[in-house]
Structures are given as C-alpha cells and as structure tokens.
Design a protein around this ligand. Structure first.
Ligand SMILES: [Zn+2]
Length: 851
C-alpha cells in the first residue's frame, strides 16, 4: 500500500477535524518509472508537490512555459486572455516529429473532413482535447493537468510513445483562470499547518461569489454556444481550427459523491446527437471503468447530468462529430474534507482526474480508426440528412435594429455557420422578407445539426427532466423574425456569404436638432455617453414627423433629441465625435416645427437624466442575475453600476441613486427595514426595477400593485395524490420550467416598450413565479399571449396559467416608479431582445405616468 494511503487510514482513527498536512509523492499520482531527468517536474517549478497547495493560474502558466522550453514534445500557444488579463493557454503535446509540422497536421485534419471518399485513418493523427476546470472551484482538473503533461513529456513508456506518435493532444489546463485564481486564493488562505476537514470550516464554505464563475460571475460552461466571454471565444476559435475527435471536460461535484463519467442518461441526450456518438462514448467508458476498478475506486455512469444543452462543454462537441466526455469528481472543496465515504483529500481528487485523462488517451488510441471514421461520416452526413429534412433552411430578418441583427449573424459565423444575403424580396409563411433586411441560412451545410438545434422550436421531448435549459433558440433570444423555408424556390441567394457591414461615418452638418433612433440596440449606450459628457437630452414621448436633409421622416416615440439651443458652447465637435463612436442612425432636423405630431419644444419631450444605478447584491440575491445585470450595464451601456450587498443596504444612503435594480433572490420578513427604505426612496422619485422573486416580494408588500402566484402555489396545482414514490423525479421535472421561451405581447404605446417595432416579444423563463394582473389602470406593459409557449419544455398546467399572467408591470409610486418583471431580461447576457425593457426603465422609466 502506498505511503500516502496508509497515512490516511491512520488518520481516520484520529480526531476527524484535525489532520496533519497531506503530502503526496510523485508515485502516488504516476506509475513508478524512470523519467527523463531533463524534464522539470511540477514540484521543481512550483516549489511544492502538486496537491499540497491549490495551484494559481500564473503558476500553471509558468510551469507549462518551462515545460515547453525543456521538452521537444510540448509547445504552448497563448490563444487569448481572460477578462482579468490572464493568459489562456493551448498546450500541444505530441511527438517531436509531429511538433515540427503542426500546421500541416492541422490543415490535413480539417481537409480530410470534406474529401469526397473516406480517407484512410491509418496515417492521420487523432486529435484529443483535454479541458480542465471550467468551474474554478472544481480545481482538481487544473492541478491534474500539470502531472498529465509532465508524464507525457517525461515518460518513455511504449504506451506513452504510442500516444505521442498517433495523437496530437491539445491540453487546456485552465478554462476559467479568473475563477480558478479566486478559489485557489480562498482555499490556500484558509490552510493551516494542520488541515481542517470539518465541512463547516470557512475553507469549505465560499463567499457569495464563488470560484465557479468567471470575472463577471458567469458560468462559462453555459457559454460554449453563446460566446459572450473572451474565454469561450478563444476556445471555440481553436475548436473549429482543430476539430478534435475527443474532448474531455473535467469537473467536480458534491463532496459525498464518487466519480462520474459519461455516457449519461440515454433519454436525456441532445436530439441532434447521433446514436453512434453514444456507442463510442460507451466504448471509451470501458477504459475509465477499467482504470477505476484497478484502483478499487467507486464511480457511476448513465445517471444525472443531461447532455442536452448545446452550450455545455460535453455537448457542443457531440453536435460536431467529436465525442464530448463529462467527468465529475467528488470535491474536497479545499484541502481535506469529511464525506460519507471517509476523508476526501485534494490529492486523491487530482489523482482521479489524472486517471480519467489517461484512460481517455488509452481508449482513444484503441478506437482511433473508428473515431476518425465517425467524424468523417458525421461531416458528410448532412448531405443525406438535408435531403430528408422537411425544410431547406431559415430566413431571418430585422429592419429597424441593425446592431442586434448583426450581433446574431456574427455569432452564427463564429460557429462556422454559413449565412447568405438574399437578392430578391420574398414571402414565407405570410411574412415579408425584403432583400435589404434579410438573410438565409441554408440547412445543407456541415453545421446542419447545430443549426437545427439553434433554431429549434421543439416543445415535446422523450424525457421532460432537464438539468439545464430546454431551449436556446437564438432567433428568439435576439428577437429576430425568422421562418423555416420549405422550398429552395422561395429564396435567391447572393454568391458570397454575408459579412458584417463596415462602420459608416456619420457626417453631421450644423442643425437645429439631432434625433437618435431608439430602435437601435446601441442607442441607450450613445445616449449614456452624451449624458455623461453633459449633453442635454430629451426623449419624445409621442411620435412625430419632421423634415430632414433626406426628406420628411417619421420618428417613433422614444426618439432621443439633442437640441442645439440647449447645449454648452462648442458642443458640436464633441457631439460628432461621440456619435461616431457608435453605429446608431442619427438624423438632422432643421426646424422645431414638425409636419405632424408633437413639436420639438413640446411638453411631451421629456428631460432625460443620467442614470446612477444601485444593484442589490450579496447573500440572498442570485449572483448570476446580479452579474448579468452588472455586465449588461458595463459592457452594453458603458458604465459601472454600484453593487451593494443586501446586508449593508440599511446603512446606505440611497439619495444619490436614480435607479435601484433588484434581481431574483430570497426576500423575506428579515428584509423589512430594507423594504421601508425602498418605499421612501421610491416615493421621493426613484425608479425601482424588480424581477422574479423580488417583484413578487414588492407585490406582496403592497409596493407593486399586482396579484401574484408563487412557484410554490404553481407546484400545488399538480395533483400528486395518486402517484408512487418512484414518480417523484418525474413530477418535479413537470413542475419545473428549466428554461424555455414564452411569448409576451407589449403595449407599444407604453414608455417601457418604446424602441420595439412589433408587439410580440419572446421572453426567457426559468421560474414559475408569476405576476398575474397589474391592478392599477394602464400598468400592464406586457402580458403573455394565451398560448404562450414558443420553444422548450413546459407542462400544460404551467403553460395555461402563464397564459393568464402578466409579464411586466409598471406604475407610479409616490413621485417615483416601480417596475416588476416576471422574468430575467438579461439571462446569460444573450437576451438581446428583452435587454431593451431594462434600458427603457433606465432612460424612460420616469415617463411612466399611470394614474
Ligand atoms: Zn462543474
């Protein structure tokens, strides 16, 4: 028995909460072999053995760069930087021979996918991509990556040499460097000379912002499809350059668990993942099982963790002919922790990730030909599948807001999806698509399965229990009109693919007034920039028609006006500069007298003030939603809101804030003092935005005037009396809305709906708490349609009730305004369609005048 294991056994008889320092030797992790002494061990660079401390990202970078310098099997590329400017590494491990011609190997690997007949797999290296710790507080993966790379560089074992000869191993040691660093700091700063295994110890209980998430508190393992963060953008670019055959995704789960590897639950795979993928995953699983059996370690498969949402690391590859494998190790969450299986120490968790990495390499090598053939067949299959499909592609259109449209099309292209302009106007399913404003995404292209998944409006599934969202329809997220096209005759395509138009310089001549088109996604950012530079801005609360150099033009309510007569001296130069930093349509108006509608000096031209926003954060609030709101204002509007933890709010002076945003969270009787302060501040003129359970809390405390139905009450609508114990999970799946799109109808005359050009708006829902009916006249800004489900899974009982509910309520409260939204308009920062509702509250909220 190894020295280390013996130590653990002895210690179990000692007092559990105090444990001497765990020190593992190299042979605890790796086979006893004679290693190449020219290759630096991690210990020689870090100054301690792997597992003694939690490695920081800068130490990882130092080790891998040192390794690359000393080994001709290893090279390192910096593929990007995290938000906090940490380097994102791609470590490439293969034979010295292959290292010399990586470019050729990469190009040949991609080229073989489009060959007209199946190329031989014999001479093609297999591409295996090992990915560690996308969740920063699941650090066994990143710490294991050091030893995986060391072993591949230093061993001369024939098996290792065979891996190097037959594979290119792309190793990403740390998918979320900012989160990993946050957690490493936390775990290390609480480590004493004697380890403390008590789960209650501060080391094992993280702060409100955990290491799991990235800089802006996002879960990067939901961003593979959405690509809103630099970490995912860099990774997906490399993914498409290399198209790995196998991709591993190393995580951790609860401390009391064991070890999990895929395949997961067969009924919960993505419907567009081919069955052959599951078969190959099973074949690889035999190798993981063998490795864990040999070490007498427990594990499980085919349970938990669905493989459905295309934005996860183990699912995205499945839609590309790769085999994505999820690994989940029970977490020591710190250096040592008590568990139902005895003491779980950090080195053991690292060792398991090393074992899974090598069982992957072993299984991949044995199945090399089948993996390469499968990927080739997958890449070719679209031709046959496209012929069988009931449609030929999708047509998409957006007339008013080019910024939002271009963002969606650019995102599709980042996933290697071909998008074409259309050259003739057309009509599909009764919707008109003009050639100026529309594009076409043909189904017959290699990314067919991903495309179908992105535009899917499926509402029924084999298994209705979802671990994550059940829809990610990007056209709905961006509120873009789209239709399935069932015949190629309906569209005429341009020869070349769509490309993002170049930024147009706007040449403004001296004029009486300038009008900013509020329909554009960037109009709020431009407005903020102007307010921040002390410009006087007015918002038209009613539409008007005025004369512009291009002729008479209609301006919608919500148009922002910069009137020459109100500005400071020498304003025009800085106005032109700011306008050209954005890409928003701005028109010159030569007279205050309009041809119809309100004049420019009208009382319906509201003064717009610069928002100063407070976001309620801290324990008791949903950190994802707070992070999403912070990110939205910071990235899309250009300012940093003030986030204050709930527990400090009763000591905070609210007076300087114009807006307070409350995301979903637990608000209860304990928050009574906060409630009182919020009431007084709103009555004095503040604009209070609340979403999900914050809105229900305000409604139940007579601030927001609306009836409610809580998630608990919704759950009670399901009859459970006749059910068996075994039905528990299934009924919970029916009660829950894990994430689906619903249709809302906006009152377009309401200030909070300005900038929207059509009344129907898809909104993303992942809780069933409902605002039922705003009881003040004119306060229901948006209501769900009668049959509101657009895409994803929701049980009929829920859908029917939601069809009677309201989506957005706003009314005057004293001199201020209170707004409640049933849903989160900023989910995963991809809801470009509903973002505008919050933008409107920030710039037009004080226009709400319901009496
Ligand atoms: Zn995880």
């Amino acid at each position: 028995m190894r020295r280390f294991t013996t130590k653990i056994l002895i210690s179990i008889s000692l007092i559990l909460s105090v444990f001497c320092s765990v020190a593992a030797e190299l042979d605890f992790y790796l086979p006893k072999e004679k290693f190449d002494s020219n290759i630096p061990t991690p210990e020689s660079v870090l100054g301690y053995q792997v597992g003694d401390w939690h490695v920081r990202h800068d130490q990882l970078v130092l080790y891998f760069k040192t390794l690359a310098k000393n080994s001709d099997r290893v090279s390192v590329k910096v593929i990007g930087k995290s938000h906090e400017q940490r380097e994102l590494l791609q470590v490439i491990i293969t034979s010295a021979e292959h290292q010399k011609k990586l470019d050729v190997i990469q190009q040949q690997h991609i080229a073989r996918l489009s060959k007209s007949s199946k190329p031989s797999a014999k001479k093609s290296p297999l591409i295996v991509n090992l990915n560690y710790s996308v969740h920063g507080d699941e650090p066994s993966g990143s710490n294991a990556s050091l030893l995986v790379a060391y072993y591949l560089a230093a061993s001369n074992n024939p098996e290792v040499l065979s891996y190097l000869d037959n594979m290119v191993i792309l190793l990403d040691p740390s998918l979320n460097p900012d989160g990993l660093s946050r957690f490493a700091q936390w775990a290390n700063q609480h480590k004493g000379q004697n380890l403390n295994a008590d789960p209650n110890n501060r080391e094992h209980v993280q702060d409100w912002i955990r290491g799991r998430v990235n800089h802006y508190w996002f879960d990067l393992n939901r961003d593979w499809l959405l690509l809103q963060h630099p970490e995912s953008q860099a990774r997906i670019e490399q993914y498409h350059l290399w198209r790995p055959n196998v991709l591993t995704d190393h995580h951790e789960m609860g401390t009391n668990s064991t070890f999990f590897f895929q395949p997961g639950i067969s009924s919960r795979k993505n419907p567009f993942t081919p069955d052959k993928n599951v078969e190959l995953t099973k074949r690889l699983a035999m190798f993981h099982a063998k490795a864990f059996d040999q070490q007498n370690q427990l594990y499980f498969t085919e349970e938990a963790f669905d493989d459905f949402y295309a934005g996860k690391g183990s699912t995205y590859p499945d839609l590309h002919g790769s085999i994505g494998i999820l690994f989940e190790q029970a977490s020591s969450r710190g250096h040592l922790q008590e568990s139902v299986n005895g003491l779980l120490d950090f080195p053991t968790t690292i060792k398991h990730q090393i074992m899974a990495s090598f069982s992957t390499l072993e299984g991949s090598l044995v199945n090399k030909t089948d993996l390469l053939d499968f990927q080739y067949d997958f890449a070719q299959e679209y031709k046959k599948l496209a012929k069988k499909a009931d449609h030929v592609g999708y047509v998409l259109s957006e007339k008013q807001d080019k910024t939002r449209f271009n963002k969606l099309l650019t995102l599709l292209q980042k996933h290697d999806i071909q998008v074409y302009p259309i050259t003739k106007n057309t009509e599909v399913n009764g919707h008109k698509y003009s050639k100026q404003d529309s594009v076409y995404v043909p189904l017959e292209q290699p990314q067919m399965r991903l495309i179908q998944s992105i535009f899917s409006d499926r509402q029924s599934f084999n298994d209705n229990t979802f671990y994550d969202v059940s829809s990610w329809n990007l056209a709905m997220a961006f509120n873009i009109t789209y239709d399935k096209v069932d015949s190629k005759r309906l569209v005429t395509l341009a020869d070349k693919q769509w490309h993002k138009p170049n930024k147009q310089m706007i040449n403004l001549t001296d004029s009486y007034s300038y009008a900013i088109d509020w329909a554009d996604y960037q109009a709020p950012a431009l407005t903020y920039a102007l307010l921040n530079a002390d410009f006087k801005v007015r918002a038209a609360l009613k539409p008007f028609t005025a004369v512009t150099p291009a002729g008479s033009k209609k301006f919608a309510a919500g148009t922002m006006l910069i009137n020459a007569g109100l500005q400071n001296d020498d304003w025009l130069v800085s106005f032109k500069r700011i306008v050209n930093e954005f890409n928003v349509p701005v028109s010159s108006i030569s007279s205050g007298l309009t041809t119809s509608g309100i004049d420019l000096g009208s009382r319906n031209m509201m003064v717009v003030n610069k928002p100063n926003v407070l976001i309620v954060g801290g324990f008791g609030t949903n950190s994802y939603e707070v992070g999403e709101t912070w990110y939205l204002l910071d990235k899309q509007l250009g300012f940093s809101p003030t986030i204050i933890e709930k527990r400090w709010l009763t000591n905070t002076d609210f007076d300087k804030y114009t807006h307070i945003i409350m995301t979903d969270g637990n608000y209860s009787k304990a928050d009574e003092n906060l409630l009182l302060k919020l009431k007084i501040w709103t009555q004095n003129g503040g604009v209070l935005w609340s979403q999900k359970r914050a809105a229900l809390w305000l409604a139940n405390n007579d601030v927001l005037q609306t009836t409610t139905l809580s998630q608990r009450e919704m759950n009670q609508r399901f009859n459970k009396s006749e059910l068996n114990y075994g039905d528990m999970e299934r009924i919970a799946g029916k009660q829950r809305i894990a994430g689906a799109f619903f249709n809302m109808e906006l009152d377009l005359s309401h200030p909070l709906a300005f900038g929207f050009s059509k009344p129907l708006l898809p909104v993303f829902k992942n809780r069933t708490d409902l605002l039922m009916d705003g009881t003040k006249p004119f306060s229901n800004v948006a209501k769900y349609t009668k049959s509101p489900l657009l895409a994803g899974y929701a049980d009929k009982t829920n859908v029917t009730t939601i069809g009677q509910a309201t989506g957005l309520v706003a009314h005057k409260y004293g001199k201020g305004v209170v707004v409640g939204m049933t849903d989160n308009p900023n989910f995963r920062s991809i809801m470009y369609g509903t973002n505008k509702l919050l933008f409107n509250a920030l710039f037009l909220g004080s226009a709400v005048e319901a009496k």
